[in-house]
Design a protein around this ligand. Structure first.
Ligand code: DGT
Ligand code: CA
Ligand code: CA
Ligand code: ZN
Length: 585
């Protein structure tokens, strides 16, 4: 699939041009790359069907880039790009992944102290060698070290969307090539944890060797780490590890419970089983009494009578517990809740009636209103809100006041044509003093206003708390978007006191977003539960930048469920009429 390779190459070239202070080209290359990432068709298919002209018809792709793409499709390389890559130090691209390190600073580092890689930067910062370079203070040094630590951590664990795509592909492959009786992914992925260490796959089959064989021979296996009669581990081309276990069909429920984890949940469950006189393991739940084994009629020894039934539900039931959804299995008191029959009925994907954060070509998105609306309709939604960035957002290509007025007209036209409700919204920057980035005259006319921190992330606790609470006091604001502004593995949450933020949100009747972008997932579970203690209400949104981005809803739902959120606490489960009433100021 060349799309991903080409997009990656364009990003890389953009970074180098940026470093070399080449004008406008970096933006153009990045725009083209984002466009390619969001295409649903393979570039080589477009080329096959419509030739180079077909590529040039893609918005953001001009003649020159189209030519490079054709060269890549035909030869697997682009001569011009190879020359560009040779013209700059190798580590530049990686250095750009460090938050707080822009092209200007990288140029300084290379020129003044010959630092050309992340490893080199880390060593230099530790030895305080950055002092004295223009633009680098002691604080920059500390911030960079923190960013590097985050970057390194992020390299070790996979983002959930990448892990899920890989797992789904493996399941499809194994179904086709080994037809096991049962097959699921388990582990942290089934629990919808924000990042995934390795992928765990569980199969039930009488002929376990056939499944193992198909698994180790999958086309994108780079290396087989271990292979036995019932288990195997591999590394995929993308670099992630996958464990496979194949069990006897009658052990499947217990094995699924065990390999879903978490380990802490398993341990508590096993202790409870012992207290009740049972034995719980990955092989099954076994009763205390001796008895005749089903089928064979053989007398079996103590503790060997299988009583687990065929489902996880049955096992929980035998332990006098309510069923505990995978997302809750983190040893946070869920077993006590299940004993008291108080497991909440968690929000589900099918409860969602609309998506209330997305971006289009009016700011930094890739697609038209029509495309977004049609995709939303295909998901069965009743409504969406378009929430392009506000005027101060330079990185996000924010909308000027004349842009937004033009946008409103277009929204009305598209909504009419598509017979679909499109709310006029905006993701408005919360400025450093807590004011919103549009005048009242604009805010008043918007159906829905999201407020976001997009700058000044390093403010100290008190100032940041005050900044956000000021915004929450603004009568035009509805939703605090991605409330901590973290980016997983890249940027730590800001310093605000979130308990105070949640209290202020509830007092002012404001909604907290659970952002489903896999690199954000913000709020995350512990903060969601804290917000719940304050009786907060939530919205689960994707922050999509393309129609495909609307599919990220499942990750937002996963995080909400990890935070024990119920349908009634989520405003975008409301039908349109009730939602509108709620948004009315
Ligand atoms: P990860 O891969 O770091 O994102 O997290 P998990 O939860 O997928 O952990 P992993 O892959 O090491 O193991 C998969 C499941 O197997 C885990 O969630 C629970 C179970 N498991 C692993 N080791 C143990 C153990 O020592 N004791 C018990 N009770 N369960 C274990
Ligand atoms: Ca795992
Ligand atoms: Ca594992
Ligand atoms: Zn944002």
């Amino acid at each position: 699939m060349p799309n991903r390779d080409i997009a990656e190459l364009l990003h890389r070239i953009a970074d180098i041009f940026d470093y070399q202070n080449v004008q406008w080209k970096p933006q153009a290359y990045r725009k083209a790359a984002r466009q390619i990432e969001s295409l649903s068709q393979d570039l080589s298919d477009i080329y096959k069907e419509k030739g180079e002209k077909g590529l040039e018809e893609i918005p953001g792709i001009g003649r020159a880039i189209a030519g490079h793409i054709v060269e890549f499709i035909k030869t697997g390389r682009v001569k011009h790009f190879e020359d560009v890559i040779k013209s700059a130090p190798k580590g530049i691209h990686e250095m750009r992944s460090i938050m707080g390190l822009g092209p200007k600073k990288i140029r300084q580092l290379v020129e003044k102290i010959n630092v050309k890689s992340v490893a080199g930067l880390k060593a230099a910062a530790k030895k305080h060698k950055l002092h004295g370079i223009t633009g680098f203070g002691e604080k920059t040094e500390q911030n960079l070290l923190q960013s590097i630590a985050q970057y390194e951590h992020g390299q070790e664990r996979m983002q959930i969307d990448a892990a899920m795509a890989a797992a789904d592909a493996i399941l499809a492959y194994l179904r086709q090539h080994a037809a096991p009786d049962k097959l699921d992914y388990a582990g942290s992925l089934r629990r919808m944890k924000e990042t995934i260490g390795d992928i765990d796959i569980l199969a039930a089959a009488k002929d376990s060797k056939r499944v193992i064989k198909a698994f180790t021979l999958m086309p994108d296996v780079k290396r087989v780490l271990s292979e036995g009669p019932t288990r195997a581990s591999v590394v995929l081309d993308q670099g992630c590890n996958v464990d496979l276990r194949v069990v006897d069909p009658k052990s499947y429920a217990a094995a699924l419970l065990y390999f879903t984890g978490s380990k802490d949940h398993n341990i508590e469950l096993r202790q409870l089983a012992i207290k009740k006189g049972y034995k719980l393991s990955e092989y099954g739940l076994f009763g205390k009494k001796t008895g005749k084994q089903a089928g064979t009629g053989k007398q079996v020894s103590k503790q060997a009578r299988r009583i687990d039934g065929t489902s996880e539900e049955a096992i929980y039931q035998k332990l006098d517990l309510q069923y505990i959804p995978p997302e809750m299995r983190e040893r946070q008191g869920e077993i006590q809740l299940a004993q008291q029959k108080k497991i909440p009925s968690l929000v589900e994907l099918k409860d969602i009636k609309g998506d209330l954060q997305m971006h289009t070509v009016y700011s930094d998105g890739n697609s038209s209103f029509t495309d977004m609306a049609r995709k939303a309709k295909s998901l069965g939604y009743e409504y969406i809100a378009l929430t392009d960035h506000s005027q101060s957002q330079r990185a996000g290509n924010g909308m000027s006041i004349s842009d937004i007025k033009k946008q409103w007209k277009e929204i009305d036209a598209v909504a009419r044509k598509e017979k679909f409700t499109i709310l006029k919204g905006s993701e408005v920057d919360i400025l450093s003093d807590g004011s919103l980035d549009y005048p009242e005259s604009i805010l008043r006319q918007l159906d829905i206003v999201l407020g976001s921190i997009h700058s000044g992330f390093k403010m100290p606790e008190q100032a940041m708390t005050k900044r956000i609470c000021t915004a929450l006091d603004n009568k035009y604001l509805h939703i605090l978007a991605h409330p901590t502004a973290r980016r997983i593995g890249k940027r730590a949450p800001h310093n605000a006191n979130m308990a105070k933020v949640f209290a202020a949100a509830v007092e002012n009747g404001k909604i907290l977003e659970i952002n489903g972008q896999p690199e954000r997932l913000d709020l995350k579970e512990d903060l969601i539960r804290l917000a719940k203690q304050h009786k907060a209400r939530f919205v689960i949104s994707t922050d999509a930048h393309s129609p495909e981005g609307l599919d990220f809803m499942k990750f937002g739902i996963g995080m909400a469920r990890r935070g024990w959120v119920e349908k009634e606490e989520v405003i975008n489960t409301l039908p349109l009429g009730q939602l509108k009433k709620m948004l009315h100021r």
